[in-house]
Design a protein around this ligand. Structure first.
Ligand code: GLN
Length: 453
């Protein structure tokens, strides 16, 4: 814990942590020591972790990196983090993220952008770590913590993992409790770990996962010993390669990485088959209707009365308007407006309802594929390596949204997906591959993930 706390101090230029909690960390570490001495230690005893600022932490400021939450201090702990503390883990502090987890570059945070430790020019880090869990990925990659919590609504665990050579798994929808996590799009949001290796992510997920009566969408299925899946033979497993993911104009190095990953799995005894997921091209537009629709509803609670920031107004309506206008950043306001529009009378059928129908078709594509005996699907995690801070999405938000092209389908279908660091581009920047699994079969992803790591 001390070593990590001093590493955090030396790496402040990354802006990965928005709050450091050294006193709490040391006292949690001492407690873990005492339990170790008594032989009562949990599986994560003394493991120092960073917590995405979307997870409510009791008595510790939680902001979702939005001005609107101000200095909100929760009186409760999220289920996922409380399970990590139950197992002996230590909290080093809260990690930066895109405001309300909306973004793919960690540039929408009210605390400013996060740097990617893979490139430094003088006193600046010039590359994005991905988003929205950019602080989590950057902190793990820079060895500031041994692992971090993260959330994934459309790719926010897997894309930053791919940009920083860390491992990120988004479990099946319902595997982890969403209770105490700031909501973005409730039917898509899932928590998961970002870690240094496939094995570490298996250990962390085991603690984070599990049924919770406080989240009605959490599923009551036993959590397996994920670590046992590592090193298990993948011989005879059928791996699908979806032809719709071969995009026009995809960089040659991504294409090459994808073939290499397939070759490694083949060498380990897996069988490769071409599969078709015909509705893939509709996933991104449908996601950018469903996610903002749910966000506009979830974010209605930030009215200047119940939480954090409050601006004054001559009437209650003006108080709401002034608070929301100054508390939400530009991307969040855009999502609220899109969401409100697609849910409004007259447009609901044309946009929201249609997007939900597309979602059903996307889910069915995967079901058909798994029904043919496919155990997992291999795709690139991102269409490129990490890009520069301020380089994308300035004039055209869709340019940023295109980053999620390979990841959003997985959330739309509720499936588990893992991003594993598997290679580098010509400039030496990390690239990741994604494996998509059957519902509640994260174990297969860990077994296969270790082969391509
Ligand atoms: N980049 C996507 C978005 O902005 C996904 C974010 C996420 O998974 N939280 O909506």
């Amino acid at each position: 814990t001390d070593a990590h706390l001093s590493a955090i101090e030396k790496a402040r230029l990354l802006n990965a942590f928005v709050l450091e909690t050294p006193d709490q960390a040391r006292s949690m570490a001492r407690e873990a020591d005492a339990k170790l001495a008594k032989g009562e230690a949990g599986p994560l005893a003394g493991i120092p972790l960073g917590i995405k600022d979307l997870f409510a932490t009791k008595g510790v400021r939680t902001t979702a990196c939005s001005k609107i939450l101000g200095n909100f201090v929760p009186t409760y702990e999220s289920t996922v983090t409380s399970q990590l503390w139950r197992d002996g883990a230590v909290m080093l502090g809260k990690l930066n993220n895109d405001e309300f987890a909306m973004g793919s570059a960690n540039e929408t945070s009210c605390f400013g952008p996060v740097g990617n430790p893979w490139r430094r020019e003088g006193n600046n880090t010039t590359l994005v770590p991905g988003g929205s869990s950019g602080g989590s990925a950057s902190a793990v990659a820079a060895l500031l913590c041994m692992g971090a919590t993260a959330t994934d609504t459309g790719g926010s665990i897997r894309q930053p993992a791919a940009f920083t050579a860390t491992v990120g798994i988004k479990p099946t929808y319902g595997r982890c409790s969403r209770w105490g996590i700031v909501a973005f799009a409730s039917s898509l949001d899932q928590a998961g770990p970002i870690a240094r290796s496939v094995r570490d992510s298996a250990m962390l997920l085991r603690s984070m996962a599990g049924h919770d009566p406080k989240d009605t969408t959490s599923v009551d299925i036993a959590v397996p010993d994920y670590e046992a899946a590592i090193g298990k033979s993948v011989k005879g497993m059928k791996i699908g390669i979806p032809k719709e993911y071969r995009l026009d104009g995809m960089p040659a190095e991504i294409e090459k990485l994808w073939s290499e990953g397939a070759a490694w799995l083949k060498a380990a005894g897996a069988e490769l088959v071409e599969v078709s997921l015909p509705h893939t091209k509709y996933a991104l537009p449908a996601y950018y209707i469903v996610a903002p629709a749910e966000a506009s509803s979830n974010l209605a609670r930030y009215d200047g009365v119940r939480y954090g920031l409050r601006e004054q107004g001559k009437s209650i309506t003006e108080l709401y308007e002034n608070t929301r206008a100054s508390g939400f950043g530009a991307e969040v306001r855009r999502r609220v407006m899109i969401g409100t529009y697609v849910l409004s009378a007259g447009y609901y059928d044309a946009y929201y309802l249609r997007a939900q129908k597309v979602r059903t078709l996307i889910k069915k594509d995967f079901e058909d594929c798994f029904a043919k005996g496919v155990d997992a699907i291999l795709t690139p995690a991102t269409p490129s390596a990490a890009f520069g801070i301020g380089e994308k999405g300035g004039a055209d938000p869709v340019e940023m949204y295109l980053n999620d092209i390979f990841t959003v389908t997985v959330n739309m279908a509720g499936l588990p997906g893992i991003a594993v660091p598997s290679g580098k581009d010509a400039q030496g920047l990390p690239l990741g591959l994604q494996l998509i699994g059957r519902p509640f079969d994260e174990e297969t992803l860990f077994s296969l993930g270790e082969v391509i790591e």
